[in-house]
Design a protein around this ligand. Structure first.
Ligand code: GLC
Length: 756
C-alpha cells in the first residue's frame, strides 16, 4: 500500500512539475491537448537507467524515448532560446531575461567563464522533471578571447588549414567558458562593401567561401562533438543576406532562383556536407519571402534536398520581424509561418513559447512539426554529450586563455592574411635601422584592431602596431597621432609633419573603427573619412616615402590614397597579434602572401563590382562609365610579394575528354627572388558558351605553398568534369554541356574540350 502511495505521489508531482509554469514565460498551462496527460512510465527498475539516460543506446533511440516522455510545455520550451548574462551585443541590446525557465532549450551565453553557465545548467538538469540540459550558444566568430583576424582577412590568407587551426583555438577557449555551440561560420557571399557585414564572411567567391566554411565547421566540431574542446557549428545567415540592397542591413534582397543556386547556396551546401550541426535563418526578405519563413530554402532545399538532420535557429528576433516585414499580422501568425517553414528554434522573441500551444490547438501547426523540431534539438544535445557531462569544469583562465600557442596561431593567420597592394620602388620591406615616423589614428590603437564580433576579446589583449614595430626596429619609432578617425580637426597635422620631416620613412596607419563594419554598420561611401586622406596629402608634401597601413573591415575606395602612397598594406582587422604581424610584414620578417577575396572598386559608384560576373553584350567597348574607369582598382585574387614568382606554361594531360575522364592541369612556379615566400596558385575555369550563361571565370581550385628562394614546384589541378565544369539551374539541378572550356591561371588561358 505504502509503495503504491509513494508511486502515485511521484506520478502526480512529476505531472504537476512537467506542467508547472516556469519563470516568467507567458505560456499558459497545457490544457490537456498536449502530452501532459499522457501516462509517464515510472522507472520500475532503478538499476537500469531510463533509455534516454542510457549512453549505451543509439542517439535516435534516446531521442525517441525522451520525446515520448515530454509534456507539451517541455517540448515547446526546447524550441526557445533566451539570453543569459550581460548582453553586450552592440546590435541586439535587449533586456536581460531575468526569470529563465529551467526547461528552456538554449541560452545565448554572455559569460567569460563557465560559472554562471553551470549554475543555470544545474537548475535545468537537477531541478526539472526530465533534466534536459540547456544548449549554450555564442558568437565565436573569429576567436573567443584570443581574437584572430576578421573572417574577411582569414579568407585573404587563402590558407584554410591555418583558418582551421584558429577555429580549434576558438573552440577550445569557448568550450572552457561553457559554450557548446558557436553561431559561426558566417558564409554569406558579399559583393557590396557598403554592407558592414562583408567583414564577417570570406568574400565574394562561392568556391573559396565554401572551402573556408567547410574547414571551419570541421575544426569547430572535430570528429566527435562529445569530445572536450569541440563545439557545434552554425552556418549563417541562411540565405542571401549579403545581397542586401544598397548595402543597408536588414533590408530586402532581390535574388533570382538562378543566382540563389549559383552564388548564395553553394557555401551552405558545402557546410552541410562538412557536417554542420545547425543553420541560422537570415533576416533578409528573399524576393518576397523572408529567410526566416521561407519553406523553400529551409525545408525543401536544406532538409529535403540536402537531408540536413540538424536544426535551424532564427536570427535574433527574426520571427517577430516577420510582422514589420509585412508577412505576419501579429506574433502568433509570425510563429506559425516560421515553424511551418522549418524554423526549429526561436531566438529571444519568445513567440514560440507564447503561441505554439494555441496554434497546435487550432490545427495551424501540427504536432509532427513540433516533434520534428524537438527531435533535431535533442539530437544535438545527445551528440554533444550534455546528458552525460552537463557541466564544464571550471579551470583557471591561465590554463586556457591567450596561451602562447594560441597567440602564435593568431599571429600566423594575421601575417598570412595581409595583402600588399602597392610597393613602388620596393620601399618595403623597411631596414630595421631606418628612422620610422609612425603616424595616424590606428598607430597606437588597440581595440579597433579586434574588428567587429570580437567575442570576449579585450582591447588590453591587443598589441598595437606601435608596440609591435618597436619590438623589431633597431631605432625607436617616432609617433604622432596626426588626426582622429573622422571629423575636421587638423590641429595634429603640424606635429605629424614635424615627426615625418625628421624620419627616413613615414608609416601612416589609417582605417576604420571596429563598429564601422559588422552588423547594422552600413556606410554610404567606402572611402575613408576625408581627414585621414588629407593627412596623407599633407604628409606627402614632406617628400618622405610613405607606407600606408590600412586596418578596416571592408574593401575601400583608395582613389586618393593609393596614388599618393609609395606602398599600401591592407591588414584588415588583424586581432590581438595585429601589431607584431604588421611589424613582421613591414620589416620583411614575413613575406606578404595575402590575396584579395573581395574586389576593391575604383569608387563606391562602381558597386556592385566582382570578378565572377557574366559578360556584357558590348564587351568592354560600350556600357562603360563616362567619368571613371570601369575596371576595379584591385581585383579579386590580387596581392604583391617581396619576391617574384615565375610561372611556366600551363599544360594539360589531355585537351579533349569525356565527362567520365579526369584530366590534370599543371603549372611550374619558381621563386625567382632572394626571399622565401608563400604563393597561391589560383585555378579558374571559363565556360565561354553554354545554354545558361556562365561568369567570365570561376575559381575552382587553389593551392598555397611555401617556395624557398630559387625553389620551383609544379602545382596541379585534377579536373573532375562533373564537379568543375558543370553548373546548376534555378531548381538546383546540375548540368554539364559538351564544348570548349578554358583553364585560366594568371594571364594564361588553355582550351580543353569536353566531347559528348
Ligand atoms: C545577431 C546576428 C547573428 C548573431 C545573432 C546572435 O543579430 O545577426 O549573426 O549570431 O544575432 O547574436
Amino acid at each position: 500500500m505504502k509503495r503504491n502511495f509513494i508511486a502515485c505521489f511521484l506520478l502526480l508531482t512529476s505531472l504537476a512539475a512537467g506542467a508547472k509554469q516556469q519563470g516568467e514565460t507567458s505560456m499558459t498551462l497545457p490544457d490537456g491537448n498536449g502530452s501532459s496527460r499522457e501516462p509517464v512510465e515510472l522507472n520500475r527498475n532503478k538499476r537500469q537507467p531510463l533509455p534516454y539516460k542510457d549512453a549505451t543506446l543509439p542517439v535516435e533511440t534516446r531521442v525517441e524515448d525522451l520525446l515520448s516522455r515530454m509534456t507539451l510545455y517541455e517540448k515547446i520550451a526546447q524550441l526557445n532560446q533566451y539570453t543569459l548574462g550581460n548582453n553586450d551585443n552592440v546590435n541586439n541590446i535587449d533586456e536581460v531575461v531575468d526569470k529563465i525557465p529551467s526547461e528552456t532549450g538554449s541560452l545565448i551565453y554572455f559569460g567569460d567563464n563557465a560559472s554562471l553557465r553551470n549554475a543555470m545548467q544545474k537548475k535545468a538538469v537537477e531541478e526539472t522533471r526530465l533534466g534536459i540540459p540547456i544548449l549554450f550558444g555564442f558568437d565565436v566568430i573569429h576567436g573567443f578571447r584570443t581574437v584572430y583576424p576578421i573572417p574577411l582577412a582569414i579568407g585573404a590568407s587563402w590558407n584554410p588549414g591555418l583558418a582551421g587551426e584558429a577555429c580549434r583555438v576558438a573552440a577550445m577557449e569557448a568550450w572552457h567558458a561553457g559554450i557548446d555551440w558557436t553561431f559561426s561560420p558566417m558564409v554569406d557571399i558579399a559583393r557590396d562593401a557598403r554592407w558592414g557585414r562583408i567583414a564577417e564572411g570570406y568574400g565574394e567567391d562561392p568556391y573559396l567561401t565554401s572551402v573556408f566554411g567547410a574547414a571551419s565547421v570541421k575544426a569547430y566540431q572535430g570528429d566527435d562533438l562529445s569530445e572536450p574542446g569541440n563545439i557545434a557549428a552554425c552556418l549563417k545567415h541562411y540565405v542571401g543576406y549579403g545581397a542586401s540592397e544598397a548595402g543597408r542591413d536588414y533590408v530586402p534582397t532581390e535574388i533570382s532562383r538562378q543566382t540563389l543556386w549559383d552564388t548564395y547556396l553553394p557555401p551552405f551546401e558545402a557546410g552541410i556536407k562538412a557536417g554542420a550541426a545547425t543553420v541560422m535563418s537570415s533576416f533578409n526578405n528573399i524576393s518576397g519571402i523572408p529567410g526566416s519563413a521561407n519553406h523553400y530554402t529551409m525545408t525543401e532545399v536544406l532538409k529535403e534536398k540536402w537531408n540536413h538532420d540538424g536544426f535551424v535557429v532564427a536570427d535574433w528576433n527574426a520571427v517577430v520581424q516577420l510582422i514589420s516585414q509585412g508577412m505576419a499580422k501579429d506574433g502568433k501568425e509570425a510563429a506559425m509561418y516560421a515553424i511551418n517553414a522549418g524554423l526549429d528554434m526561436d531566438m529571444v522573441d519568445n513567440l514560440y513559447m507564447q503561441h505554439l500551444e494555441a496554434l497546435l490547438n487550432e490545427g495551424k501547426v501540427s504536432m509532427e512539426r513540433v516533434d520534428d523540431a524537438v527531435r533535431r534539438i535533442l539530437k544535438l544535445k545527445f551528440e554533444l554529450g550534455l546528458f552525460e557531462n552537463p557541466y564544464t569544469e571550471e579551470k583557471p583562465e591561465s590554463e586556457w586563455v591567450l596561451l602562447p600557442e594560441s597567440l602564435e596561431t593568431a599571429r600566423n593567420l594575421a601575417e598570412e592574411s595581409m595583402v600588399l597592394l602597392k610597393n613602388d620602388g620596393d620601399v618595403l620591406p623597411l631596414e630595421k635601422d631606418c628612422k620610422v615616423a609612425l603616424i595616424g589614428p590606428m598607430a597606437r590603437n588597440q581595440k579597433d584592431l579586434l574588428g567587429s564580433w570580437f567575442g570576449r576579446g579585450r582591447a588590453e589583449d591587443v598589441t598595437s602596431i606601435y608596440d609591435g614595430l618597436n619590438e623589431v626596429m633597431e631605432t625607436s619609432v617616432a609617433y604622432a597621432p596626426g588626426c582622429d578617425f573622422d571629423g575636421s580637426d587638423t590641429s595634429g597635422f603640424a606635429e605629424a609633419v614635424r615627426v615625418a620631416s625628421e624620419s627616413d620613412v613615414v608609416v601612416l596607419c589609417l582605417g576604420e573603427k571596429r563598429n564601422w563594419s559588422g552588423e547594422n554598420a552600413s556606410r554610404s561611401t567606402i572611402a575613408l573619412p576625408g581627414i585621414q586622406e588629407d593627412l596623407l596629402m599633407t604628409l606627402k608634401e614632406t617628400g618622405k616615402p610613405i607606407v600606408v597601413v590600412l586596418s578596416n573591415g571592408r574593401s575601400l575606395d583608395l582613389t586618393r590614397i593609393s596614388p599618393a602612397a609609395d606602398a599600401v598594406l591592407e591588414t584588415w582587422q588583424p586581432g590581438v597579434m595585429g601589431g607584431p604581424a604588421v611589424a613582421s610584414v613591414l620589416t620583411g620578417g614575413t613575406n606578404p602572401s595575402g590575396r584579395l577575396t573581395v574586389t576593391f572598386p575604383y569608387t563606391t559608384g562602381q558597386i556592385p563590382v566582382y570578378y565572377n560576373h557574366r559578360e556584357s553584350g558590348r564587351r568592354g567597348s560600350q556600357g562603360l562609365y563616362q567619368d571613371i574607369p570601369s575596371t576595379p582598382m584591385y581585383e579579386f585574387g590580387y596581392g604583391l610579394s617581396y619576391t617574384d614568382y615565375e610561372y611556366g606554361q600551363v599544360t594539360v594531360s589531355a585537351d579533349s575528354f569525356t565527362v567520365n575522364d579526369r584530366i590534370t592541369a599543371s603549372v611550374t612556379v619558381r621563386n625567382a627572388g632572394d626571399m622565401d615566400g608563400k604563393e597561391t596558385v589560383q585555378w579558374y575555369i571559363c565556360d565561354p558558351y553554354s545554354s545558361l550563361t556562365r561568369p567570365v571565370k570561376e575559381l575552382k581550385h587553389f593551392e598555397k605553398r611555401l617556395l624557398k628562394a630559387g625553389e620551383e614546384y609544379t602545382f596541379t589541378f585534377e579536373i573532375d568534369p562533373m564537379r568543375d565544369l558543370s553548373f546548376v539551374n534555378g531548381e538546383g539541378e546540375r548540368f554539364i554541356e559538351p564544348g570548349d572550356f578554358y583553364i585560366m591561371v594568371k594571364d594564361q588561358k588553355v582550351r580543353i574540350t569536353l566531347t559528348e
